[in-house]
Design a protein around this ligand. Structure first.
Ligand code: DC
Length: 230
């Protein structure tokens, strides 16, 4: 039987998880799975349907109606589809970030999405990033990494991304949103953000992107005993 490796990368928003996980996946020839995008796609559907975000029953009833799927561009970037429509761009707004945090706190949503995430890891070697991958989704992952950075550092990175995309949001607003979302993601009862047992903590506050990718790839390489491509 073919060996499938699984690498779980968890951590707060803005720690560079998706960029680093995508780069690591490419270097090992694994599939990159951005699980945050699944929660974001559900949030977009809830918003479009006009269901109140606190309405757990309404959100629960919508789930079986949704067809959430993923594809990969030529650059290896993951694309998200909602009922066949490419929603990759629409799920990255600050509003959907907040809404994704709301829906991800609902146990029914988490339970519904669990199988989808596990099925991907059964079929492929994956680098999967999220909040509860090492603790809940893939507790038996071959490598578990908790990627973090100070809130100020993460807010600054997110601010630059948003400003580059033409957003007029201020630094202070971004920092406030980062702190608020951290609190929400860490304090919720359902699968809160924690360092999974056996996870190695990597703090990227003092590392640039290339150094962060290097740190993560060498950890993966050491644990799996396989080499990354340059
Ligand atoms: O990583 P992100 O910012 O795209 O995630 C969006 C939201 O989804 C975030 O508030 C946390 C939540 N999330 C989660 O609860 N579990 C995951 N595995 C991934 C994301």
């Amino acid at each position: 039987m073919e060996t499938h490796y699984s690498v779980a990368i968890d951590g707060p928003s803005g720690a560079g998880k998706s960029t680093i996980a995508r780069a690591a996946a490419r270097r090992f020839g694994f599939i990159y799975v951005d699980t945050g995008a699944i929660y974001r796609t559900v949030a977009l559907a809830v918003e479009r349907e006009g269901i109140a975000f606190g309405d757990a029953a309404g959100v629960g009833a919508l789930l079986p109606e949704l067809e959430v799927s993923f594809g990969y561009g030529a650059d290896g970037a993951q694309r998200a589809y909602l009922n066949g429509e490419d929603v990759t761009g629409s799920i990255r707004t600050p509003e959907i970030s907040r809404r994704a945090s709301d829906v991800s706190a609902m146990p029914a949503v988490r339970a519904y999405l669990l199988d989808m995430q596990r099925a991907m890891a059964r079929s492929y070697s994956v680098v999967m990033d999220g909040r509860d991958i090492g603790s809940v989704v893939l507790p038996g992952a071959d490598v578990k990494i908790f990627l973090t950075a100070s809130a100020e550092c993460r807010a600054e990175r997110r601010y630059k991304e948003l400003a580059a995309a033409g957003s007029a949001i201020s630094r202070e607003e971004v920092l406030r949103a980062v702190i608020e979302r951290d609190e929400h993601d860490s304090r919720r009862a359902a699968a809160p953000l924690t360092v999974a047992e056996g996870a190695v903590v990597v703090d990227t506050s003092e590392l640039d992107l290339a150094e962060s990718i290097e740190a993560v790839c060498s950890l993966i390489s050491d644990k799996l005993g396989v080499k990354a491509d340059a």
